[in-house]
Ligand binder design. Sequence first.
Ligand code: CP
Length: 320
Amino acid sequence: MSPDDTEQAPPRWTRKDLLGLEELTREEILHLLDTARGFSEISTRSIKKAPALRGKVVLNLFFEPSTRTKSSFSLAAQRLSADLVDIIKEASSATKGESLVDTGKNLQAMGVDIVIVRHQQAGAPHLLARALDASVINAGDGTHEHPTQGLLDIFTMREKFGDLAGKKIALVGDITHSRVARSNIWGLRKLGVEVGVIGPRTLVPGAFKELGVNIHYHMDEVLGHYDVFNILRIQLERQRRGMFPSVREYHHLYGIDQKRLAKMKPGVLIMHPGPINRGVEISHEVADGENSVILQQVSNGLAVRMAALVLTQSAREARP
Ligand code: CP
């Protein structure tokens, strides 16, 4: 017997937490996406249940509003047979001054195994992950990262194109405030993708060049260059001052409508993480048109989040 026969392959996922794509390796990203592909099938069953997290407790701890991410994690946890607790900031003791870490420790004392956290402060999930034995999954921290959104976006692109190496993918709009943009950029660059960011100078800082992306301020010059346009929401709630003259002017210069779609590559993918400002960053016709995979992104989110729950929990349990 050779030494290789007795050697066990190292586990391909060893993180108890999923905090961002910046820290993941290419291999970890691909392993999570491959695991998610296996979980896609559960959503097609008439009884949408698997036992992977039976007896485990998942906590949704949301300090900012959410429709997609929170319900997607809830359904993912329930499909894996976990028990689920939901806490939103407005109905929690955070309103009485309790700290995030104290909230987490109290819920962990009740047996919570996985905390899904969305917070307005960048780094809040990282703080919680250091303080807790439970797994922590970042569901969006300020303008920093939204790793499961980045992963489900990449999953959806791979569904269409297979291997993404050499593909050209554009992120359009409010790059400066977008945690989705940062997670996409870190993930896609590790997979060998050419990434461009497009928008007005006030929303596309030149510093993004350091992340290895192309910067474009004139969208009409590059419509035919990219295979995917991932369109980001204009985040008026995070802007401290007007960063463009008017919503009408933004739509005129950067809104994706039928005229711009006609100048893109045939088969181009139109993506949007949601929620959509219809008539601002995207027209009704394009959002609902045949190039749009916006609702496929939402469906794929479930499989990606099932994979994130199972991998982080398995790694937590495998620790010595
Ligand atoms: N894409 C996204 O994060 O949507 P929600 O804010 O509805 O969760």
